[in-house]
Every structure is written in C-alpha cells, then in structure tokens.
Design a protein around this ligand. Structure first.
Ligand SMILES: Nc1ncnc2c1ncn2[C@@H]1O[C@H](COP(=O)(O)OP(=O)(O)OP(=O)(O)O)[C@@H](O)[C@H]1O
Length: 301
C-alpha cells in the first residue's frame, strides 16, 4: 500500500474535525475523497502532507511514518492545496525552477524535469508569462506542475477543479488521469460527478467521520438499486412496507413513501396488495433508479 491512513484524529478547540479517519490508497487507482463542505477533507490532506499536526492516529507513506518523519516523507508527496498558492509576479518557468530547487533538483536534472512538466501540463507556450496573467485553468496547471516537479510517488490534490469552466475541467481531469497511471493519487471533491468521471475508489467523509469506503463500481451497483415511490390520498405507515426494504417518507410527507427494493416486480405486487387491503386511493406508483447523487445525499445527511 502506498498510503495508509489509520484512525486519524484532529480537534479544533472543542470541535472534532477528524474522528478516527482510516483509508488506504494504491497506485494506478485514483481515490476520490468525497464529502460536503466542512467534512474534514482539507484537514486530512494537510495532516498527510505535514502542514497540520494530528492529535492521534498514523499515516504511512510508502511504508514510512509520515507523522514522525515529515522531512523524509515530504519529498515523496506532491501536494496541490485547495487555494493553490502561487507567486503571481513570478514567471511560470522561473516559479517551477524555484519549486524544483526546493527539492534539491539542479542543473541538467532540473532542466529535464522542467521540460517534461511544461510539456505534460501544456504550459510550454505559457512558460514566459507571469503567473498572474494566466487564466484560472492554466494557474491550476502551474499548481499541478509544481506538485509533480520532483516526481513524487504519492499525489494529493485538494479540490483541483473548483472554479474551472467546462473545457478546462475536462482538460485538467484528463491530465490528472494521465498523471495517475503510475502514481498513487488522492483527489478531494464535493462533487459526485467528478468522482464518477475519473476515480476508481471512493471514500466518503462527513462531519469528520468516514461514512463509506468502496470501489466506484460497487457504489454504482448500489446506486442502481430500484426505488418505488407510492403516493396515496390517505396517510401511509412505514411499517406496512418494512419487509420490502429500506422505507422512508418522501417529499410529500406521510402521503408518500419511498422504498428501496431488490426485486421490483415482487415489491410492486406487495404494494398493490397493501393498497387493496387498506382500501387506499392510489395517486401514483412510480419506479426509478437511485443515482449516485441520491446515494451521496443519503450517506451524508
Ligand atoms: N484552523 C482551523 N481552526 C478551527 N477550525 C478549523 C480550522 N481548519 C478547519 N477547521 C474546521 O474543521 C472542519 C473541517 O474543515 P476542512 O477544511 O477540513 O473541511 P473540508 O471538507 O475541506 O471543507 P470544504 O469542502 O469546505 O473545503 C470545519 O468545520 C472547519 O471549520
């Protein structure tokens, strides 16, 4: 395993920002670290990268203890922080040379990495521009090139596509996928579609606690579960449908129930028999699939 996070805890005053957060990431499978605003994504990433101290738990990067040996582990990680701090007055090439120098790169090796990064991130034509003159998407590319200049094995990207237009979004996602082929890459986001577009593994965090860890494929299979929506003129009782699967009232209150079912054909029959037995007046019986957005909302609300 390239990155193992175990029972990470962090308190800000009386607030538990992280409560026993654990997950692992492996090479070649982009891990989407998904959670609503304030869930604890950035705090986790800052701890892994040594910018914030944990109150408990452990982080292993390529078998090394990151919390005890931040100086040894830091060069193994490439990090693009949420706000992508860049020196706006520096030229692109100058900034990347400076960033490489911070990792001890110099001479031919620095020039080789610089050329590779400019090429890979599509920044070659922009290299003589000041960073402040670049569009947001190109500034993200500079942030990515900076994170990758020292060829780290583990790459951590905190909301790398926030604020990009649809074209830039597609290009940056493509770039992230290319980078991830041979590296361990974690990407934080609060957008489910982002995870669907490029991730293979998913970790969902909410209010500092891990709520789900699985492959995207398994999430998608769960998301494919059928949902029946029943609406009647009379008030309904959840207990009438509990043997069919998870049941809850819908947006129309107790005149509507939403039932997650494995066998929709059988469930429809049972629902119809309840309608007859209780003498209910049917307004609507609908069958649909839950999408991943619904699933994310279920898990984080
Ligand atoms: N330096 C700090 N001092 C006090 N509270 C903090 C600090 N940093 C983060 N927090 C709190 O910890 C919680 C988790 O914050 P964090 O930034 O990790 O969330 P996030 O999932 O990255 O959110 P977002 O998607 O909005 O960036 C929040 O309630 C936040 O207000």
């Amino acid at each position: 395993m390239s990155l193992v996070v175990s029972q990470l805890c962090k308190n800000y005053g009386s607030q538990k920002a992280l409560d026993e957060v654990s997950f692992t990431a492996v090479p070649g499978r982009i891990l989407g670290f998904l959670g609503p605003n304030g869930a604890g994504k950035s705090t986790t990433m800052k701890i892994i990268t040594g910018y914030v101290q944990a109150d408990g738990g452990a982080v292993q990067v390529l078998g090394k203890d990151a919390l005890r040996n931040p100086k040894i582990v830091s060069p193994l990680i490439g990090y693009l922080p949420e706000k992508n701090p860049l020196y706006q007055d520096m030229y692109v090439k100058e900034f990347l040379e400076f960033s490489g120098g911070l990792y001890g790169l110099k001479g031919k090796e620095l020039n080789r990495r610089l050329g590779e990064m400019l090429e890979k991130t599509g920044l070659t034509p922009e290299q003589h521009k000041k960073i402040g003159q670049l569009s947001k998407g190109y500034q993200q590319r500079v942030g990515l090139a900076k994170a990758l200049i020292h060829d780290p094995q583990v790459v951590i990207l905190d909301e790398p596509t926030t604020g990009l237009d649809p074209n830039q979004l597609v290009e940056i996602r493509k770039l992230i996928q290319e980078v991830a082929v041979e590296k361990t890459l974690i990407l934080s986001t609060h957008i489910m579609q982002e995870v669907e577009a490029i991730c293979k593994d998913v970790v969902i965090i909410n209010k500092g606690k891990i709520k789900a860890v699985d492959s995207l494929e398994n999430f998608q299979n769960q998301g494919n579960q059928n949902q029946l929506s029943l609406e009647t003129e009379e008030a309904l009782e959840l207990a009438w449908f509990e043997n069919l699967g998870k049941v809850e009232f819908g947006p129309k209150g107790n005149h509507q129930v939403l039932i997650q079912v494995d066998d929709p054909q059988l469930a429809r029959k049972v629902v119809m028999s309840v309608i007859n037995e209780k003498g209910l007046n049917l307004i609507n019986l609908n069958q649909s699939k839950k999408n991943l957005e619904d699933l994310f909302r279920d898990i984080t609300q």
